[in-house]
Design a protein around this ligand. Structure first.
Ligand code: C5P
Length: 233
């Protein structure tokens, strides 16, 4: 898998999601991100339906539990034939290794496995006061990234602003999957640390995750195709 644009399908029902994806008949089929809201609302049905329509899927469920439970859950997700899944790096290297084991099928194939480092909703203050982690947050993020690499994972979710540093620390082959993408002329919504698809490409991001700039666009197909032109072509 190379550079691609992943569309965050943050819808709350199967119907809304399929109505949105119907617009792409006749265009390139987007790589789709299914998050907790849609998965808990529509379950494996929506995963299978989107897969049957020929889309690649990033199932963004951010697993975090004891290693044995994560391993078994990953086996179930692997059988779903999705393309990317993720865990919290905070679950430890042992948990990440267990996740990889669970994901790996009898024939040796498996979906890509990436880690979430420190959530972007957690700032230095919350990290220090709630989690009792005193180091600078940037260092914690890089430490978690290195743990993920050492555990054998394929990459991490990070800000496009961190992609270059992650590649420097963890190697070019370690994938950076980056949300927080906006076209230069559009609003950032609740995203603060944003970057355009074109700039994300220049920064070496491997996958960009784009939600509202495509899903809420007047012409979602045109917005998606613009992302492809600026980031992939
Ligand atoms: O609509 P928008 O482009 O902001 O959507 C970005 C997607 O990436 C959402 O599904 C959001 O939950 C996810 N995400 C993020 N920031 C992170 C991790 C995930 O925006 N740090």
């Amino acid at each position: 898998m190379g550079k691609d644009v992943i569309v965050a399908c943050d819808f709350s029902s199967k119907e809304d999601t399929l109505r949105f994806l119907d617009k792409f008949q006749g265009s390139r089929k987007p790589f789709v991100k299914i998050g907790m809201e849609l998965y808990y609302a529509a379950g494996n049905d929506i995963v299978k339906e989107i897969k049957a329509r020929g889309h690649k899927i990033f199932l963004d469920l951010k697993l975090h539990d004891i290693p044995n439970t994560v391993k078994k859950a990953m086996k179930v997700l692997s059988d779903l034939d999705v393309d990317i899944v993720n865990v919290h790096a905070a679950g430890t290297k042992e948990m990440m290794k267990a996740a990889l084991e669970g994901l790996t099928r009898a024939d040796g194939t498996r979906p890509l496995l990436i880690a979430v480092t420190m959530l972007t909703s957690t700032d230095q203050k919350a990290m220090e006061e709630d989690l009792l982690i005193k180091e600078p947050i940037g260092e914690v993020v890089m430490h978690y990234a290195e743990n993920a690499r050492d555990a054998g994972l394929d990459g991490i979710v990070c800000s496009p602003l961190e992609a270059r540093l992650v590649h420097d620390r963890c190697g070019d082959a370690f994938l950076t999957v980056t949300p927080g993408i906006r076209f230069p002329e559009s609003a950032g919504d609740d995203q603060k640390r944003i970057m355009s698809p074109e700039k994300a490409k220049a920064e070496g991001c491997d996958y960009i995750v784009v939600g509202r700039p495509v899903t809420q666009a007047e012409d979602p197909v045109a917005a998606y195709e613009r992302c492809i032109r600026e980031f992939v072509d």
